[in-house]
Design a protein around this ligand. Structure first.
Ligand code: C2E
Ligand code: MG
Ligand code: MG
Ligand code: MG
Length: 265
């Protein structure tokens, strides 16, 4: 236990310096339109490569960043990087490229978030609808404050997405009250589509729900052709997962998915 404690303190000290030492990097995973097979959106996923500890997974350092408050400067760095990438890729592709970023609960409740997003969008002069923020159900408590923050974000013109949909405890009534554009079906449901009739039923229901509410539905964690077939049959609009591509470095994503768009149009 003690050594874990020491490690966490050391890790925190390194995380504090991660931005200035240029150790953070955004990777990008494409989202595929299942109807057209086109790619016009990506999820930005943060990577941390530390000189001493090596590669550390976001599953480990995001919770640490949340606990220490470091998520605010790190999150602001992510917002800036994603906006810059939207600008660059939209120019290079010759068509609009949307990027989704993950916003943690503490970031979401931060009063400054709306201003930070607005100023990054203005800095790079990007179309607001090309920025999407992913928030988990856990961060969306059914309170006046949540509704106020979401409305302010929505007023900026950005897209709002519910990440890991179906795993939280929120009541469905928030889908009616909150200005939500995208539902991301959690990968735990996708994993066992073939074997688990309940998962298949849940997925089909989420897709219908999203489609009838006029929301975009994205399936996460798609790894196999059989899952793609199931989702296509069930009228799921988009999918994301290792079957199509892992999260890639900016340069690699650009070579594989962005520059192609220019030549094909
Ligand atoms: P998430 O937003 O739900 O992201 C999906 C995770 O699933 C990513 O893990 C992604 O690499 C992984 N994934 C994608 N396709 C597949 C697949 O086909 N199979 C499997 N098994 N996994 C797949 P990653 O990159 O390790 O990120 C983990 C979590 O860390 C994210 O979950 C998100 O909650 C958080 N995170 C990542 N980047 C950021 C960030 O910039 N800010 C914040 N606040 N959180 C972040
Ligand atoms: Mg996400
Ligand atoms: Mg997710
Ligand atoms: Mg997750």
């Amino acid at each position: 236990m003690q050594s874990t404690g020491v490690n966490i303190i050391a890790l925190e000290a390194h995380l504090r310096k991660a931005i200035e030492r240029d150790e953070l990097e955004l990777y990008y995973q494409p989202q595929i339109n299942l109807l057209t097979n086109e790619i016009s959106s990506f999820e930005a996923l943060l990577r941390w490569n530390n000189s001493e500890f090596g590669f550390i997974s976001p599953a480990e350092f995001i919770p640490l960043a949340e606990d220490t408050g470091l998520i605010i400067p790190i999150g602001n760095w992510v917002i800036d990087g994603a906006c810059r990438q939207i600008k660059e890729w939209t120019e290079k592709a010759g068509k609009p490229i949307r990027i989704a970023i993950n916003i943690s609960p503490k970031q979401f409740m931060q009063l400054d978030l709306v201003r930070v997003i607005k100023s990054s969008m203005e800095k790079y002069n990007i179309e607001p609808s090309l920025l999407e923020i992913e928030i988990t159900e856990g961060a969306m408590q059914d309170t006046k404050e949540t509704i106020l923050i979401l409305k302010r974000l929505k007023d900026l013109g950005i897209k709002i997405s519910v990440d890991d949909f179906g795993t939280g405890y929120s009541s469905l009534s928030y889908l009616k009250q909150f200005p939500i554009d995208v539902l991301k079906i959690d990968q735990s449901f996708i994993r066992d589509i073939k074997y688990n009739g309940k998962d298949a039923a849940i997925i089909t229901t989420i897709i219908h729900l999203g489609n009838s509410l006029g929301m975009e539905v994205i399936a996460e964690g798609v790894e196999e052709q059989s899952q793609v077939d199931f989702l296509t049959n069930a009228d799921c609009e988009k999918a994301q997962g290792f079957f199509f591509a892992k999260p890639l470095r900016s340069q690699e994503a650009e070579e594989k998915f962005i520059l192609i768009l220019k030549t094909s149009s």
